[in-house]
Ligand binder design. Structure first.
Ligand code: FMN
Length: 221
């Protein structure tokens, strides 16, 4: 009888965990990044601007894939699109998806090695993210937002105190890649740096050592 109660309790706990996170390990293979464009690097540099208004149109998975690749994709020898001090790669990238084709509303973690997304949350967090960013409506209204986080200890282990600066610089490189790639896809974005770190961590559901540096809303212009 006691055994049956314990088994029942365990089953109940499992059901509750599943309800909160229905597909904890669901991974989505992203389309292969495209390496050719009609927009030159020079044009993108010249015309890139921060954009805070977006069309009410879902983002395609192909474009989300391309943006993630530009931000932190693997380009050869395990190295990435953005430079990193000592090639230690301190950044972890997340996507808060709201209106995206072939991507359910939720939070996803980008896995550069397999160029795929791992679902970590199963609901639309865009409004909460906007509130955490002091009500910047481009965050709550964009079809999706990319969030750049960094883990200091990956770099400070080698470079001590300077590692913190290096992590910030790495985030800046990745963000500029997003700006340039977004421009070439006719997607608007803006580097949003004003938000409460702990709220963003909580809303995304990421560990405390993943320090958020930027929320970059994404939407067609
Ligand atoms: C570190 C940093 C933080 C920023 N934070 C915000 C922000 O919280 N909200 C916002 O709308 N724009 C933010 N921006 C974007 C700037 O306002 C924008 O880059 C600046 O006005 C220049 O315009 P441009 O990007 O179109 O050239 C930030 C930019 C940087 C580099």
């Amino acid at each position: 009888m006691k055994k049956a109660v314990i088994i029942l309790a365990l089953l109940l706990v499992c059901a509750c965990v599943k309800m909160n996170n229905p597909n904890p390990n669901e991974t989505i293979k992203l389309p292969k990044p495209v390496l050719k464009s009609d927009v030159s690097v020079e044009e993108a540099l010249k015309n890139r601007r921060s954009v805070r208004e977006y069309k009410n149109k879902p983002l395609s998975l192909k474009d989300i894939s391309q943006i993630l690749w530009a931000c932190q994709g693997i380009t050869g020898d395990g190295k990435r699109t953005a430079p990193s001090a000592g090639a230690l790669y301190a950044l972890e990238i997340y996507i808060a998806a709201g209106e995206a084709n072939e991507l359910d509303k939720g939070v996803y973690h980008y896995l550069p090695e397999s160029h795929s997304l791992e679902k970590i949350k199963d609901r639309d967090i865009r409004k909460e993210l906007g509130t955490a960013a002091y009500g910047q409506e481009w965050v709550s209204q964009a079809p999706a937002s990319l969030v750049i986080t960094g883990i200091y200890k990956r770099i400070t282990q080698k470079y001590r105190a300077r590692g913190k600066q290096y992590t910030h610089l790495e985030a800046g490189h990745a963000a500029q890649n997003v700006y340039l790639q977004a421009y070439s896809l006719n997607i608007g974005t803006v580097f949003v740096g004003a938000f409460t770190d702990s709220r963003v961590q909580q809303i995304l559901g990421v560990p405390k050592d993943h320090v958020p540096f930027a929320i970059m809303p994404l939407g067609y212009k």
